[in-house]
Design a protein around this ligand. Structure first.
Ligand code: EPZ
Length: 429
């Protein structure tokens, strides 16, 4: 199994191109099931999760073509994938495929909306918590699907098609909102989605669906109205920049010091997190089509943070921010309100010398003068990124095991960081 080896202590200087967002690309790829025509997606990141979803879609009979690199394009410009669900042969998503990635459960929505039936494995738990799908099922039921749980599978049926309805989410759910949008797009009549997720990835999906012929109002707000249409068409769509990758590198620069331009990204995708980073001592400016982040000389200030749905502080940046706070000049409190078990990185940070106390949904981080390199283990995708950030600032060598977690969500991480002066390499094996 590959490992990442980091020798810490170098500031980061240079330019990092930001990839397309994994969490936008996945629902967009799933939306290809809504039409028999071709959906062309560009700026798709090269990630293990994208490859896993392509396998699942192929299993249904979706044709895909990945365009080769054009002259002058670098590895980081993102790939273009054409998906055509013109001859779907199966609406069954087996456990072996769905269990590798929870988001693949979302295929249930376009399948039942377009073909009247889907049989999709329950995704099961994962390292960051139980993560149920009850609200996704509720959304489909509100649109008239009948749901049966059979041998670990969710069987959704709507032989006469879905009907518009009212969906009131008791808590904000990104996946639930994606599912509701895709299902409602082909339902007969109007659907109102209340307490909808406002994440930029939801807006990106809605924009693509509109280009495909869907009638959607209010995406990006907490109430979305969808007027169903009988058929959708193909289109081309550019995946929006990855705000979590952007925030991760911004935190890495805040941690190590230095000056980096994050290219092809937008501050408004993560304004809350950038404001927090400024309070912590980083300087952030918009520059061209990107964001410049620097911290020279001044120390890291402790900042209290609570994770919240968008536009609040993202749970997917909580671990990375905790890494930064381990070097702050004082104590910070980090509260995790989205997932109940998303502190697995705490014990690994402790191996590097961090001082963190857990208390319910909160972590108290007492900043220390220095971290010391050690072997550590990645437990989930974002926790891995947190260990990279800590390793970049730690004295001596840090080895991160189980980096397949990183490969799920960070494209060419070690290349992007080493070009900015980090001493980081992948050790094969
Ligand atoms: C998406 O997961 C992201 N995944 C997650 O990113 C992200 O952490 C999360 O949204 C929150 O922002 C993708 O986009 C592929 P939710 P999702 O439904 O949609 C509870 C990463 O690292 N809930 O918004 O699965 C749930 O347990 C990943 O890239 C129910 O109770 O998250 C959680 O507490 C990790 N019942 C809360 O809602 C349900 O039916 C929010 O989850 C559904 C969710």
């Amino acid at each position: 199994m590959d490992r990442i080896r980091i020798r810490g202590g170098q500031p980061l200087n240079g330019t990092i191109p930001i990839s397309g967002a994994k969490n936008a690309a996945l629902p967009l790829m799933i939306a290809s099931l809504l039409t028999e025509e071709t959906l062309e997606l560009s700026n798709v990141p090269r990630l293990a999760d994208i490859a896993s979803l392509l396998r699942i879609l192929s299993n249904f009979g979706v044709d895909h073509m990945i365009a080769g690199r054009r002259p002058g394009e670098t590895q980081e410009t993102g790939q273009t994938i054409r998906l055509t669900a013109g001859s779907v042969v199966d609406t069954f998503a087996p456990y072996e495929l769905v269990s590798t990635m929870r988001a693949s459960f979302w295929v249930i929505a376009p399948l039942v909306a377009r073909f009247g039936e889907a049989r999709v494995s329950m995704p099961g738990g994962c390292a960051i918590g139980t993560r149920p799908v009850d609200l996704l099922i509720m959304a489909l039921e509100k649109l008239g699907a009948t749901i049966e749980i059979d041998g670990g599978y969710v069987v959704a049926r709507a032989p006469d098609g879905l009907k518009g309805g009212e969906i009131d989410f008791p808590k904000v759910t990104v996946g639930g909102t994606h599912v509701a949008l895709m299902a409602a797009a082909l339902a007969d009549g109007t659907t109102v989605i209340r307490n909808a997720a406002r994440e930029p990835e939801v807006t990106d999906l809605a924009e693509c669906l509109v280009k495909m012929g869907a009638r959607i109002e209010g995406a990006g707000t907490s109430e979305i109205t969808v007027h169903g249409v009988p058929k959708l068409n193909g289109t081309s769509h550019d995946v929006l920049p990855d705000r979590i990758e952007t925030g991760t590198y911004a935190m890495a620069v805040a941690m190590t010091g230095g000056n980096v331009l994050l290219e092809n990204t937008k501050p408004e995708l993560l304004q809350f997190a950038l404001d927090v980073l400024e309070q912590a001592g980083a300087k952030i400016t918009r520059e061209g089509n990107g964001i410049r982040v620097y911290r020279n000389g001044n120390g890291i200030q402790p900042v209290d943070v609570t994770t919240d749905p968008f536009p609040g502080f993202p749970t997917d940046l909580q671990a990375q921010f905790m890494a930064l706070m381990t070097r702050a000049g004082g104590t910070s409190r980090i509260r995790e309100t989205i997932f109940e078990n998303r502190f697995m990185h705490v014990q690994e940070l402790a191996r590097l010398g961090a001082r963190i106390r857990l208390d319910g949904d909160g972590a108290f981080v007492d900043g220390v003068d220095g971290l010391k390199g050690a072997p550590v283990m990645a437990t989930d995708l974002r926790a891995s990124a947190c260990l990279v950030i800590a390793g970049l600032a730690a004295e001596g060598e840090t080895t991160i095991n189980r980096v397949y977690h990183l490969d799920r969500g960070f494209e060419a991480l070690e290349t992007k960081l080493s070009r900015c002066g980090a001493d980081i390499e992948r050790v094969k094996g």
